[in-house]
Design a binder for this molecule. Structure first.
Ligand code: 5GP
Length: 192
Protein backbone atom coordinates (compact mmCIF):
# COMPACT_ATOMS: atom_id res chain seq x y z
CA UNK A 1 0.00 0.00 0.00
CA UNK A 2 1.90 2.99 -1.34
CA UNK A 3 0.29 5.64 0.87
CA UNK A 4 1.31 3.70 3.97
CA UNK A 5 4.85 2.95 2.81
CA UNK A 6 5.41 6.62 1.95
CA UNK A 7 4.18 7.61 5.40
CA UNK A 8 6.47 5.09 7.12
CA UNK A 9 9.43 6.40 5.07
CA UNK A 10 8.55 9.98 5.99
CA UNK A 11 7.64 9.64 9.67
CA UNK A 12 8.94 6.25 10.88
CA UNK A 13 11.83 6.22 13.33
CA UNK A 14 14.15 3.26 13.73
CA UNK A 15 15.06 2.40 17.31
CA UNK A 16 17.55 -0.10 18.63
CA UNK A 17 16.42 -3.71 18.94
CA UNK A 18 14.65 -3.73 15.55
CA UNK A 19 11.83 -1.53 16.77
CA UNK A 20 10.11 0.79 14.29
CA UNK A 21 8.43 3.75 15.96
CA UNK A 22 5.40 5.13 14.17
CA UNK A 23 4.02 7.14 17.07
CA UNK A 24 3.13 10.20 14.99
CA UNK A 25 0.43 8.44 12.95
CA UNK A 26 -0.25 4.92 14.23
CA UNK A 27 0.71 4.13 17.83
CA UNK A 28 0.27 7.33 19.83
CA UNK A 29 -1.11 10.13 17.70
CA UNK A 30 -3.44 8.47 15.21
CA UNK A 31 -4.18 9.54 11.63
CA UNK A 32 -7.78 8.41 11.31
CA UNK A 33 -7.97 9.31 7.61
CA UNK A 34 -5.06 6.95 6.99
CA UNK A 35 -6.81 4.31 9.15
CA UNK A 36 -9.84 4.68 6.89
CA UNK A 37 -7.72 4.04 3.79
CA UNK A 38 -6.19 1.04 5.61
CA UNK A 39 -9.71 -0.24 6.33
CA UNK A 40 -10.69 0.06 2.66
CA UNK A 41 -7.53 -1.77 1.59
CA UNK A 42 -8.24 -4.67 3.98
CA UNK A 43 -11.82 -4.77 2.69
CA UNK A 44 -10.46 -5.09 -0.85
CA UNK A 45 -7.96 -7.78 0.10
CA UNK A 46 -10.53 -9.88 1.97
CA UNK A 47 -13.27 -9.32 -0.62
CA UNK A 48 -15.60 -12.29 -0.91
CA UNK A 49 -14.76 -13.60 2.56
CA UNK A 50 -17.57 -13.89 5.06
CA UNK A 51 -16.47 -11.89 8.11
CA UNK A 52 -18.77 -11.00 11.00
CA UNK A 53 -16.29 -9.99 13.71
CA UNK A 54 -12.94 -8.31 14.09
CA UNK A 55 -10.55 -9.32 16.84
CA UNK A 56 -7.53 -7.34 17.99
CA UNK A 57 -5.37 -6.96 21.07
CA UNK A 58 -4.97 -3.99 23.37
CA UNK A 59 -3.68 -1.38 23.30
CA UNK A 60 -2.27 -0.26 19.99
CA UNK A 61 -4.46 -2.49 17.79
CA UNK A 62 -7.71 -1.02 19.05
CA UNK A 63 -7.81 2.29 17.18
CA UNK A 64 -7.02 0.71 13.82
CA UNK A 65 -9.38 -2.21 14.40
CA UNK A 66 -12.25 0.17 15.21
CA UNK A 67 -11.91 2.03 11.92
CA UNK A 68 -11.46 -1.22 9.98
CA UNK A 69 -14.56 -2.62 11.71
CA UNK A 70 -16.55 0.40 10.60
CA UNK A 71 -15.55 -0.25 6.97
CA UNK A 72 -16.53 -3.95 7.33
CA UNK A 73 -19.66 -2.94 9.28
CA UNK A 74 -19.05 -5.57 11.98
CA UNK A 75 -18.36 -5.41 15.73
CA UNK A 76 -14.82 -5.37 17.07
CA UNK A 77 -13.57 -7.23 20.15
CA UNK A 78 -10.20 -6.65 21.72
CA UNK A 79 -8.33 -9.20 23.81
CA UNK A 80 -7.37 -7.73 27.17
CA UNK A 81 -3.91 -8.16 28.60
CA UNK A 82 -3.83 -9.09 32.25
CA UNK A 83 -1.29 -10.05 34.87
CA UNK A 84 -3.91 -11.40 37.25
CA UNK A 85 -2.96 -14.87 38.47
CA UNK A 86 -6.53 -16.09 39.00
CA UNK A 87 -8.47 -15.34 35.88
CA UNK A 88 -12.17 -15.45 36.62
CA UNK A 89 -14.44 -18.00 34.95
CA UNK A 90 -16.08 -17.24 31.68
CA UNK A 91 -13.14 -16.27 29.51
CA UNK A 92 -10.88 -17.80 26.88
CA UNK A 93 -7.28 -17.22 27.80
CA UNK A 94 -3.75 -17.93 26.60
CA UNK A 95 -0.23 -16.65 27.17
CA UNK A 96 1.59 -14.26 24.86
CA UNK A 97 5.24 -13.25 24.89
CA UNK A 98 5.61 -9.54 24.22
CA UNK A 99 8.17 -8.47 21.60
CA UNK A 100 8.36 -4.84 22.72
CA UNK A 101 8.28 -5.48 26.48
CA UNK A 102 10.02 -8.90 26.55
CA UNK A 103 7.75 -10.52 29.10
CA UNK A 104 4.88 -12.98 29.11
CA UNK A 105 1.32 -11.95 29.87
CA UNK A 106 -2.12 -13.51 29.74
CA UNK A 107 -4.67 -12.38 27.19
CA UNK A 108 -8.38 -12.90 27.71
CA UNK A 109 -11.64 -12.60 25.81
CA UNK A 110 -15.00 -13.10 27.52
CA UNK A 111 -16.80 -16.19 26.21
CA UNK A 112 -19.92 -14.16 25.50
CA UNK A 113 -18.08 -12.18 22.79
CA UNK A 114 -16.50 -15.04 20.81
CA UNK A 115 -18.17 -18.28 19.76
CA UNK A 116 -18.86 -20.87 17.08
CA UNK A 117 -20.96 -18.57 14.88
CA UNK A 118 -18.16 -16.02 14.54
CA UNK A 119 -16.09 -15.69 11.37
CA UNK A 120 -13.18 -13.65 12.52
CA UNK A 121 -10.66 -11.32 10.92
CA UNK A 122 -7.71 -10.50 13.19
CA UNK A 123 -6.34 -6.97 12.87
CA UNK A 124 -3.10 -5.73 14.45
CA UNK A 125 -0.61 -2.93 13.97
CA UNK A 126 2.64 -4.94 13.80
CA UNK A 127 3.77 -8.47 13.07
CA UNK A 128 7.21 -9.32 14.44
CA UNK A 129 7.70 -12.81 15.87
CA UNK A 130 4.04 -13.70 15.54
CA UNK A 131 3.32 -14.32 19.21
CA UNK A 132 0.41 -11.88 19.48
CA UNK A 133 -1.19 -13.32 16.34
CA UNK A 134 -0.69 -16.90 17.50
CA UNK A 135 -2.30 -16.03 20.84
CA UNK A 136 -5.33 -14.48 19.14
CA UNK A 137 -5.61 -17.48 16.78
CA UNK A 138 -5.55 -19.77 19.83
CA UNK A 139 -8.45 -17.89 21.47
CA UNK A 140 -10.44 -18.19 18.23
CA UNK A 141 -9.74 -21.94 18.06
CA UNK A 142 -10.68 -22.46 21.71
CA UNK A 143 -13.97 -20.63 21.19
CA UNK A 144 -14.98 -22.73 18.18
CA UNK A 145 -15.07 -19.62 15.97
CA UNK A 146 -13.61 -19.64 12.45
CA UNK A 147 -10.42 -17.74 11.68
CA UNK A 148 -10.86 -16.15 8.24
CA UNK A 149 -7.55 -14.35 8.15
CA UNK A 150 -5.28 -11.70 9.62
CA UNK A 151 -4.71 -8.13 8.47
CA UNK A 152 -1.48 -6.50 9.61
CA UNK A 153 -0.53 -2.88 9.01
CA UNK A 154 3.27 -3.32 9.23
CA UNK A 155 5.02 -6.68 8.98
CA UNK A 156 8.71 -6.80 9.79
CA UNK A 157 9.66 -9.33 7.14
CA UNK A 158 13.07 -9.99 8.64
CA UNK A 159 11.48 -11.50 11.75
CA UNK A 160 9.89 -14.96 11.79
CA UNK A 161 6.23 -14.12 12.40
CA UNK A 162 5.12 -13.83 8.75
CA UNK A 163 6.64 -17.19 7.73
CA UNK A 164 5.23 -18.84 10.84
CA UNK A 165 1.68 -17.63 10.23
CA UNK A 166 1.73 -18.29 6.46
CA UNK A 167 3.13 -21.81 7.02
CA UNK A 168 0.09 -22.53 9.19
CA UNK A 169 -2.08 -21.80 6.15
CA UNK A 170 -3.58 -18.63 7.63
CA UNK A 171 -4.60 -16.00 5.06
CA UNK A 172 -2.27 -13.17 6.06
CA UNK A 173 -2.38 -9.73 4.43
CA UNK A 174 0.27 -7.19 5.44
CA UNK A 175 -0.07 -3.70 3.97
CA UNK A 176 3.63 -2.86 4.29
CA UNK A 177 6.37 -5.46 4.66
CA UNK A 178 9.68 -4.05 5.88
CA UNK A 179 12.55 -6.16 4.59
CA UNK A 180 15.29 -4.20 6.28
CA UNK A 181 15.84 -1.06 8.27
CA UNK A 182 19.08 0.66 9.15
CA UNK A 183 19.25 2.43 12.47
CA UNK A 184 22.28 4.49 11.40
CA UNK A 185 21.14 5.76 8.00
CA UNK A 186 17.40 5.65 8.70
CA UNK A 187 16.88 3.73 5.45
CA UNK A 188 13.84 1.45 5.29
CA UNK A 189 13.47 -1.08 2.46
CA UNK A 190 10.08 -2.60 1.63
CA UNK A 191 9.14 -5.82 -0.12
CA UNK A 192 7.16 -5.12 -3.31
P1 5GP B 1 4.88 -10.22 17.80
O1 5GP B 1 3.92 -10.82 18.78
O2 5GP B 1 4.51 -10.48 16.37
O3 5GP B 1 6.32 -10.54 18.10
O4 5GP B 1 4.79 -8.64 18.00
C1 5GP B 1 3.62 -7.98 17.68
C2 5GP B 1 3.27 -6.94 18.71
O5 5GP B 1 4.43 -6.30 19.24
C3 5GP B 1 2.41 -5.90 18.07
O6 5GP B 1 1.11 -6.01 18.60
C4 5GP B 1 3.05 -4.57 18.41
O7 5GP B 1 2.29 -3.92 19.39
C5 5GP B 1 4.40 -4.91 18.98
N1 5GP B 1 5.53 -4.62 18.07
C6 5GP B 1 6.37 -5.54 17.51
N2 5GP B 1 7.32 -4.96 16.79
C7 5GP B 1 7.11 -3.64 16.87
C8 5GP B 1 7.79 -2.49 16.31
O8 5GP B 1 8.82 -2.57 15.61
N3 5GP B 1 7.25 -1.27 16.59
C9 5GP B 1 6.13 -1.13 17.36
N4 5GP B 1 5.69 0.10 17.56
N5 5GP B 1 5.47 -2.18 17.90
C10 5GP B 1 5.95 -3.42 17.67
Amino acid sequence: MKLLKDRIRKDGKIKEGNVLKVDSFLNHQMDVNLFHEIGKEFKRRFEGEEINKILTIEASGIGIACVVAEVFNVPVVFAKKTQTKNIAGDVYTTKVESFTHSRVYDIIVAKEFLGKDDKVLIIDDFLANGKALEGLAQLIEDSGATLIGAGIVIEKGFQIGGDLIRSRGIHLESLAIVDSMDEKTGEILFRD
